[in-house]
Design a protein around this ligand. Structure first.
Ligand code: F6P
Length: 315
């Protein structure tokens, strides 16, 4: 099953899960449309050819959806019943935080589950990288590079808003690798005056443009930030670009495809070895597994060394 917001890398991961399982003599059913599809009994038998030609595609061929109602015990019990009726022995859930919570709930009811982290936000505890993050970062820096062309032609400042919900990861990393003057993230408060000071400092140092990357969850963001900055004397005129869902699409990068393959193979091999109730994750160079209990109760923290790095490199 793929669940929650889609992420590039879900398709190569579905392919890896299916082919590893088939190669080990198992039968595989795909659940369409996430947890809602589970409750509707929307299952489809998958063969090796059914997952052919999808390795390079963004999105998810299994379709996905958000279903916060799955937090309720009555839906979890119905889900368990649907799995049992279909003769399923184990479930692999590919998704973000909410999906890992759904997987954990089924595990707590006694069903063997395996989580695979996939979310462009990179806010899931227990893995250094989730599927989709690398592709999203590449999409963001391509946009920043293009915006810089027009910004410097007009001596303008651009505020580029990234996704990430309450996590500043995408903004922080794309700010560093996109050469932003400043990054605004939910994990680090900053006053509008300080933002204006950083931009006017860039102007005085002779810069022809300024890029500020703002996470959607930052306290300062959107048109209100632009209006406040335009009312201050920084030397630049400000424009806003909200990247939006374009960040969730596109061909998975080489990094995401390899991670998808490694996660998918490891997930099935661990289930075959009798391991369940865990999520596979990337720790250093290794694929490890961490209890879903821990994934769902601990919070991934922002690395504020990156924040300091972003400010230092902007000078
Ligand atoms: O979790 C992924 C994400 O793209 C977030 O960055 C964003 O806040 C949210 O999903 C948007 O959700 P939806 O596509 O349901 O509007």
């Amino acid at each position: 099953m793929t669940a929650g917001g889609d992420a590039p890398g879900m398709n190569p991961c579905v392919r890896a899960v299916v082919r590893t399982a088939l190669g080990n003599g198992l039968r595989v059913k795909g659940i369409r449309c996430g947890f809602e599809g589970l409750l509707a009994g929307d299952f489809k038998e998958l063969g090796a050819r059914d997952v052919g030609g999808i390795i390079q595609k963004g999105g998810t061929v299994l379709m996905t959806g958000r279903f916060p109602e799955f937090a309720e015990l009555r839906y979890q019990r119905l889900g368990l019943r649907k799995l049992n009726e279909a003769g399923i022995d184990a479930l692999v859930v590919i998704g973000g935080e909410g999906s890992m919570n759904g997987a954990r709930a089924l595990g707590q009811l006694g069903f063997p589950v395996m989580g695979i982290p996939a979310s462009i936000d990179n806010d899931i505890y227990g893995t250094q990288m989730a599927l989709g993050v690398d592709t999203a970062l590449n999409t963001i820096i391509e946009a920043i590079d293009k915006l810089r062309d027009t910004a410097s032609s007009h001596q303008r400042a651009f505020v580029v808003e990234t996704m990430g919900r309450s996590s500043g990861y995408l903004a922080l990393i794309s700010g560093i690798i996109g050469g932003a003057e400043l990054v605004l993230i939910p994990e680090q408060d900053i006053a509008t005056e300080e933002v204006a000071a950083a931009v006017s400092d860039a102007y005085v140092r002779g810069k022809t443009h300024a890029i500020i990357v703002v996470a959607e969850g930052a306290s300062l963001h959107g048109q209100a930030l632009i209006d406040a900055l335009n009312a201050m004397n920084t030397g630049f005129q400000f424009r806003l670009t909200i990247l939006g869902h374009v960040q969730r699409g596109g061909r998975p990068t080489a990094f995401d495809r390899l991670l998808a393959a490694r996660f998918g193979v490891s997930a099935v091999e661990r289930l075959l070895a009798g391991e369940h109730g865990v999520m596979v994750g990337l720790q250093g160079r290794e694929i490890s597994a961490i209890p879903l209990e821990q994934v769902c109760t601990e919070k991934r923290r922002a690395n504020l060394d990156y924040y300091r790095m972003a400010r230092m490199l902007a000078k």
